[in-house]
Design a protein around this ligand. Structure first.
Ligand code: PHE
Length: 462
């Protein structure tokens, strides 16, 4: 039975919405600090290889599965391959739930730093402010954390209520270009700082000696996370895509924009760290707070018109986060709408509330509750927040992505995938055979061997 399905309003609409999902806290908050943890160079290089060799082909696979089946992940996997594959979609719904749980907390931080910046803009930026301790004190304030993430959850649910074209597309179209412009300006300013050269060397000079397999898995996992892959977000968005658009062109655009923004953000923050005396010590109080510790200093002491731009920046980061949280919630909600026949409003309310419960626990695991903050199941990842982040991006997304490669490369017919990728909208340079080789061999082998290496060797390169 043909059910009429909502679609994006325009060609740019899909690309913008997909870019909105991909570009978010993964680029601005997470990538810089995990690059710091993993000692730069080699980690960045492996990450870039994962993006190109694993991320891009899987991005195309997810979008094509969505567009072909016109269904959300569970239904899409069943329709594309067979009834048994529904659980790959369900695994993605679970990952969405876990990610949304802690992601909302970080998104809440942007609201508070927006307010803080407004204060600094009007009352002056105190020269001796200890941004590192300020951050750790802030996240340990449990009730404030819950309020901030509640506001953010409500905003996400609000957009999801209105549905795809009206909500998601409208928000993304305006704000993504603004974010890009402001990052360019920040990049130019940061590059004039004294430590910029050291920052560039740290990020781009590969030093493999201290790289561990766990770091390789983290680079792979982050490639999935930052591109919103492995859990069906791109399947869902692809299902709202019409046949006029090119899966190949959209995928490539999203991957390039996402990668540039992550690299820009990293160069910007590391330039601050290497230039400002005492900044390294402040960041070391909580590397996960890097985005909130380095940027105010840059805005209020280096960037021209930084006074005005600082609050605007955190607003744009908040919107970048919102265009990602809506894609996460949309995966969960569309499952209940498409597979369980629940209405959109009811599904949004129930799924939104359920994830918020998890968010509350995460919000309390940054110092305010010692039980939630203290345990260490995974070495170096103390507390619920860090544990969930580790499980979702390093394990759930790569394993989900692995099965998506198998579905698209081995179980769907060549005819059906070729019909989606190599149609008249495909760009001239695109070779279907190359994609097929990557999705059948390179991507699944890379994911499987990195996971196997971590499990069996857990060894160092050195
Ligand atoms: N890609 C988003 C980011 O980088 C996070 C995300 C992951 C969104 C998975 C959807 C699905 O911030």
């Amino acid at each position: 039975m043909a059910i009429s399905r909502e679609h994006w309003g325009s060609r740019l609409g899909f690309t913008m919405a997909a870019a909105g999902s991909a570009i978010g806290l993964g680029n601005l908050w997470k990538f810089p600090y995990i690059t710091w943890h993993n000692n730069g160079g080699a980690f960045v290089l492996i990450y870039l290889v994962c993006i190109a060799a694993v991320g891009l082909p899987i991005m195309m696979a997810e979008i094509l599965i969505g567009r072909r089946t016109q269904k959300s992940p569970v239904g899409a996997m069943k329709a594309a391959v067979g009834p048994a594959w529904g659980w790959v979609g369900a695994w993605g719904v679970l990952a969405g739930f876990v990610i949304l749980g802690y992601y909302t907390v970080v998104a809440g931080w942007t609201l508070s730093y927006f307010a803080k910046c407004l204060g600094w803009t009007f009352n002056g930026f105190p020269a001796d402010v200890e941004l590192g301790s300020m951050f750790t004190g802030f996240v340990a304030n449990g009730s404030l954390q819950i309020v901030l993430s509640a506001i953010f959850s409500l905003a996400t649910m609000g957009v999801i209520y209105f549905g795809v074209g009206h909500g998601i597309e409208r928000v993304t179209r305006i704000l993504m270009p603004a974010l890009f412009a402001i990052l360019l300006l920040l990049l130019v300013s940061a590059l004039t700082m004294s430590g910029a050269g050291e920052a560039l060397a740290f990020i781009f000079e590969p030093r493999f000696a201290h790289m561990r397999w766990a770091g390789v898995l983290e680079a792979l996992g982050h490639a999935f996370f930052t591109l919103s892959l492995g859990m069906g977000a791109m399947i869902t968005y692809g299902s709202y895509m019409s046949r006029r658009d090119s899966v190949v062109t959209s995928s490539l655009t999203v991957v390039i924009l996402d990668t540039l923004i992550a690299l820009f953000a990293t160069v910007i923050m590391f330039s601050v760290i290497f230039s400002v005396p005492g900044m390294r010590e402040q960041v070391s109080k909580s590397t996960a707070g890097m985005l909130f510790i380095t940027m105010p200093k840059l805005f209020y002491t280096v960037v021209p018109m930084g006074n005005v731009l600082a609050p605007l920046f955190y607003v744009l980061v908040a919107f970048a986060a919102l265009t990602s949280t809506i894609s996460l919630l949309e995966v969960i909600v569309s499952y209940f709408i498409d597979e369980r026949g629940v209405g959109r409003v009811k599904a949004t309310t129930l799924c939104g509330l359920a994830t918020f419960v998890l968010t509350v626990f995460c919000a309390l695991s940054l110092g305010s509750s010692s039980t939630l903050s203290g345990f260490e199941w995974i070495r170096g990842k103390g507390g619920l927040f860090a544990t969930l982040d580790h499980i979702a991006s390093n394990w759930q997304l790569p394993t989900g992505g692995f099965f998506i490669t198998l579905a698209a490369g081995w179980f769907m017919t060549r005819k059906s995938t070729e019909a989606e990728l190599a149609d008249e909208s495909a760009p001239g340079w695109f070779r279907y055979g190359a994609w097929r080789f990557f999705i059948r061999y390179i991507a699944p082998l890379a994911v499987a061997s990195i996971i196997a290496a971590v499990i069996f060797f857990h060894a160092d390169f050195s």
